[in-house]
Design a protein around this ligand. Structure first.
Ligand code: 6CS
Length: 296
């Protein structure tokens, strides 16, 4: 009897246990199905629903600009706008940020992507996902006419204690100057591009360093014959920028890349960037992979 009962009881217990397991398991499967990645709202879903993407920019023509009426433009913004529109995100809401604050801001969720002409470099590739390259440019210096301090490279700046260099915070030029050995107190971080021109004219700095196209744009506005552009800066490569995404947004970045490739293929990309002075041909010569692995 006991044996039978035992067996029966065990049987019942086993049956009950498996029923419970099945139910809970089923419930787990059902819950999981609802909250599974397949059903979780993606960044792309969220941006399509809200109708805009929050982008970080620097307000440095021709890459990005905030016009007097508050409208945002520039080659990097217009490329991002064209791609996002085709992804079903009709608008962008831009925030001006220092280059050094863009990646932390993106990671903290203050922006949905960076579209500022952020150069694709190994250290940054470790922190964010870049699109394929969009805008390429050489490095440049604005100096006094005749280049009296003979500044042609970041090494020249480092070895001449008389040279004070201005540049944006957290940008490539600041890094290059410090890596060349320039003491921190001779690398002056400036809040915006116009400050560079003003401080050169006031004699408070001797060199203002930015990508060459940005400096050309500043000189055209300044119309100051006492200033001149030196480019390319000796010992520096051509840098190429891309849109930057959070590491968790690989699907968004891949969707962005797919559309960017279509715009490059159908000529739309060239139409967008070349009026700003950039070359689609130069961009086509390099890939994200190469830039992320380049010995900078
Ligand atoms: O990404 C960068 O570091 C650089 N990009 C631009 C467009 N300007 C200066 C900055 O250093």
């Amino acid at each position: 009897m006991n044996g039978l009962n035992l067996a029966r009881r065990d049987l019942l217990r086993t049956a009950a246990a498996s029923a419970a397991l099945l139910t809970s398991g089923f419930a787990a499967i059902t819950l999981d199905a609802i909250s599974s990645p397949a059903h979780a709202e993606t960044t792309l879903d969220r941006l399509r629903k809200q109708g805009y993407a929050r982008i970080a920019i620097a307000n440095e023509l021709p890459f990005t600009e905030v016009k007097p009426d508050g409208k945002v433009s520039g080659a990097a913004v217009e490329v991002a706008r064209a791609v996002l529109k085709k992804l079903g995100i009709p608008d962008v809401v831009a925030s001006v940020s220092e280059y050094g604050a863009m990646i932390p801001g993106l990671q903290a969720g203050r922006f949905d992507l960076v579209a500022a002409g952020l150069f694709i470099k190994p250290d940054r590739c470790a922190a964010v996902l870049f699109s394929e390259p969009d805008l390429c440019d050489s490095e440049g210096f604005i100096i006094k006419k005749g280049n009296p301090l003979k500044v042609e490279s970041f090494a020249d700046i480092a070895k001449n204690p008389k040279v004070r260099m201005g540049t944006p915070g957290g940008g490539t030029e600041e890094k290059l100057a410090l890596e060349a050995g320039t003491p921190r107190d001779r690398v002056i971080v400036l809040p915006d591009a116009q400050s560079g021109i003003t401080m050169l004219q006031d004699g408070r700095i001797d060199v203002y360093a930015l990508p060459a196209l940005s400096l050309r744009s500043l000189l055209q506005k300044a119309k100051d014959p006492s200033l001149e552009l030196f480019t390319p800066v000796k010992g520096t490569p051509i840098y190429c920028a891309g849109a930057a995404f959070r590491k968790s947004d690989a699907k968004f970045r891949d969707a962005y890349d797919k559309v960017l490739a279509e715009l490059k293929k159908d000529g739309e990309f060239k139409k967008i960037i070349e009026p700003w002075g950039f070359s689609a041909e130069t961009t086509a010569m390099v890939t994200r992979k190469e830039l992320c692995n380049r010995k900078s």
